[in-house]
Design a protein around this ligand. Sequence first.
Ligand code: ZN
Length: 138
Amino acid sequence: MSGKSVPSATPETRQYWEHTAQNEVWMPKCEQHGWVFPPRPHCPTCGTRPLAWQQLSGKGTIASFIISHRAGVGYQDEVPYFIIIVDTAEGPRMVGNLYGVPVTPESVTIGMPVEVFFEDREGVHVPQWRPVGSTVTL
Ligand SMILES: [Zn+2]
């Protein structure tokens, strides 16, 4: 056990975590205004509710990254580590960690293709990221 924080589902995120438990990423989407993430029960623009959920491909590209030298809770054994922002192929941005490459600025580029995988934290599957083609797991 890593000691990393385990996300707890809220009424708004319950479906999100039920889908990640199946190693899939789904998000609510307004037909007019697009993805709503983090999940909400209604569209923040037009108020439509309930929103239909759709599956994302799990593919994306790195929009931004930092290398953290401070251990967040449970990250003591991973310092330094990447924190990245991913432009998913479908559009919404997600934040996560990048694994499968040396933790150096030279290892990544903005626009680098990544794919999701899932870190099991006490049964909760947390989306994480690795370069396309990498088979790294946690
Ligand atoms: Zn809307």
